[in-house]
Design a protein around this ligand. Structure first.
Ligand code: MN
Ligand code: MN
Length: 327
């Protein structure tokens, strides 16, 4: 067991926030996931993107903007770096010109992370990234999911039969038995459809869809309550597509849809997931070429910190349930 100092972010009082090498949250880089409770991982890949590309550049810009993140959550007072061993595991070595090879490469890296006992928190990458993560971490029991997005991502195929795109990961995940649709809630769904039956699949398998109109009607607290009811006590993953936010807050994304929730509403919803049986999370679809101010990358980094706080609390909770000294 390494000393606590080994897992400390760079001290902003020593090395200014704008300086030195940008890692996630200014943490040290690790190549061995067995040294970590939570591995921050980049997947610089947009091979599943159907419209505007650029999410392959997401991890690097999120790392850069994550230098704004400080140590302690302002509302919950969680200090994730006190609760868990957290580090930057670097990027998955993707193959930018081959989708199926990249799916294998992502699954391989996350498989090692999972086997090492570390929980992944990922910066995408487009949303197809989540499918091979599920292949790596879903055990005998499929995971449940709290999914923030403008899109359901449960379409069947694109371009005459392509099954692996960022519009299809969750239909594939249900088909492959990785994702329990009855323990899945999608929040923020909106935007024009290809056809009036586009949302039928999600309904037919029992996914709870909270379209943005229902979100606006219910409000944040009731939606949190509904999410907690849907996912229950089983293993739960949180997937945050930045296009779930209104493009006023997150314009730098490939498939923007107006009329979304705000950054503060999203932060409050993530905080509302404290105490769930969390097994990982991701922030996807940050596309720096469409993000000249860098604000969408800042949003992505901040949402990662929100997720990191609740994941670290889950790690600490499991450790104390397993008895003192298990680390
Ligand atoms: Mn998505
Ligand atoms: Mn989306």
């Amino acid at each position: 067991m390494q000393k606590r100092e080994f897992y400390e972010p760079v001290d902003a009082a020593v090395m200014p926030r704008f300086s030195d090498i940008p890692t996630f949250m200014r943490l040290p880089v690790f190549r061995d996931p067995s040294l970590l409770d939570i591995a921050l991982i980049g997947v610089p890949w947009d091979g599943g993107t159907t419209n505007r590309a650029g999410a392959r550049h997401g991890p690097r810009e999120i790392r850069n903007m994550s230098s704004f993140v400080r140590r302690v959550h302002p509302v919950t007072k969680i200090s994730p770096f006190e609760l868990a061993r957290i580090g930057d595991l670097g990027d998955v070595p993707v193959n930018p010109i081959n989708v199926s090879d990249t799916l294998i490469r992502i699954e391989r890296v996350f498989g090692k992370v999972h086997q090492a006992g570390a929980m992944p928190l990922t910066a995408g990458g487009d949303h197809l990234t989540t499918l091979p993560i599920f292949r790596a971490i879903a055990g005998a029991e499929p995971v449940g999911m709290v999914h923030f997005d403008a899109h359901s991502d449960t379409w069947d195929t694109y371009f005459g039969g392509e099954k692996y795109t960022h519009g299809t990961p969750f239909r594939r995940a249900v088909e492959e038995g990785l994702l329990d649709p009855k323990r899945t809630i999608q929040i923020g769904i909106r935007g024009s459809l290809y056809s009036a039956v586009d949302m039928d699949y999600a309904a037919s398998v029992g996914i709870r869809v909270v379209a943005i109109e229902e979100f606006a009607e219910l409000g944040v607290d009731a939606v949190i309550e509904e999410a907690r009811r849907v996912v229950g006590t089983g293993p739960t993953y949180v997937s945050f597509d930045v296009d779930g936010l209104d493009p006023a807050y997150a314009p730098g994304t490939g498939t923007p849809e107006i009329g979304g929730f705000s950054t503060l509403e999203a932060q409050r919803m993530i905080r509302g997931l404290r105490g769930l049986n969390l097994v990982g999370g991701d922030v996807v679809e940050v596309s720096p070429p469409f993000d000249p101010s860098g604000n969408t990358a800042l949003v992505g980094a901040t949402m990662m910190f929100e997720l990191l706080c609740i994941l670290a609390e889950a790690v600490a909770g499991r450790r104390s349930a397993a008895g003192a000294g298990s680390r």
